[in-house]
Design a protein around this ligand. Structure first.
Ligand code: FES
Length: 158
């Protein structure tokens, strides 16, 4: 078992709020992601058993959303939006800057396990592009200076 008893209870509580079991899939995935830090087939099976839905349907929902990593990631998941509004104001150069600064490519994790860098579809913050989501927090109107400061703060916290 990967999910803790506490997570299972949370999933059951959330599932009880919905008239249709399938509506509980995303809340259940969120609970699992917050506990484990990523999702995988075993977690889909466990969620499926808890809310009585075939694991393949859990997996289908999970794989649609980039917000749920499907393999272990660093302590900080850096998700840079690469869609149009962000691309027009420098998302690519922010990604390249992070790659150079961290010594990794997109999809990789730093050797110290602190940072994983990915680029993602629109996160709904187009008016404040370019932007990045770090774990659960948005950081907007990015500049190289802002990224430097963010990385410094995260390293200090780690
Ligand atoms: S295009 Fe980047 S947040 Fe929408």
């Amino acid at each position: 078992m990967i999910l803790t008893e506490e997570s299972i209870q949370k999933i059951k509580e959330k599932a009880a709020r919905y008239p249709h079991r399938k509506s509980a899939i995303l809340p259940a995935l969120t609970v699992a992601y917050r506990q484990v830090g990523h999702l995988n087939d075993e977690i889909y099976r466990e969620i499926g058993r808890v809310i009585n839905i075939p694991p393949v349907e859990i997996a289908e929902a999970a794989t649609f959303y980039t917000m749920f990593p499907k393999k272990p990631v660093g302590k900080y998941l850096l998700q840079v939006c690469h869609n149009l509004s962000c691309a027009l104001v420098g998302a690519d150069s922010m990604i390249t800057y992070l790659e150079d600064k961290l010594g990794i490519k997109k999809g990789e994790t730093t050797d110290d396990g602190l940072f994983t860098l990915i680029s993602v579809e629109c996160l709904g913050s187009c008016a404040t592009a370019p932007m990045i989501q770090i774990n659960h927090d948005f950081h907007e109107n990015l500049t190289r200076e802002k990224l430097d400061k963010l990385l410094e703060e995260l390293r200090a916290k780690a």
